[in-house]
Design a protein around this ligand. Structure first.
Ligand code: FE2
Length: 157
């Protein structure tokens, strides 16, 4: 059974961000499956992949916020940095032989759900309308073009 089940209250409404969040949830579920299989090296490997993916996701979010001139960018970056540090601490405790996997899973679940529903929901309202999913907005300016480049979508015809 999945450790975290995706529910609609986790959707931000920006599909590129929701896709990345879902992938993090998939990694957490894979981490739980690895724990249940009892293979510590697989657990460590999955956690490493989860940490890598989450860091690129954070960089993506921060880029989006920067482009949008989001007023709480620095605070959001700090929250991300603290989380990355926490995961790295757990990884080194694991490497030192401590059995912290249950704590890791509980922390990941609690942190991610809380972060998506609160911190991310706040910046999403600031950047909404500027991503390729929201093409109803016909305004064309340097900002939307730059954002499209950042998001990797083809230029509008
Ligand atoms: Fe975030």
């Amino acid at each position: 059974m999945a450790y975290i089940k995706w529910t609609s209250d986790l959707d931000t409404g920006i599909s590129v961000i929701d896709g990345q969040h879902r992938k993090i949830v998939d990694y957490i579920n894979m981490l739980n499956a690895a724990k249940e299989n009892g293979d510590k090296s697989v657990v460590a490997e999955v956690l490493e992949q989860l940490a890598d993916y989450t860091m690129s996701h954070f960089a993506f979010e921060e880029g989006l916020q920067e482009q949008a001139g989001y007023q709480y960018l620095q605070a959001h970056k700090r929250v991300h940095a603290i989380f990355i540090k926490k995961v790295a601490e757990y990884q080194s405790r694991m490497t030192n032989g401590e059995d912290v996997i249950d704590q890791v899973l509980a922390t990941l679940k609690r942190w991610l759900v809380n972060h998506i529903k609160n911190d991310d929901a706040d910046y999403v309202s600031a950047v909404r309308g500027m991503t390729p999913d929201n093409r109803g907005d016909k305004r064309r300016n340097w900002f939307t073009k730059r954002l499209r480049r950042l998001l990797g979508s083809p230029p509008a015809a």
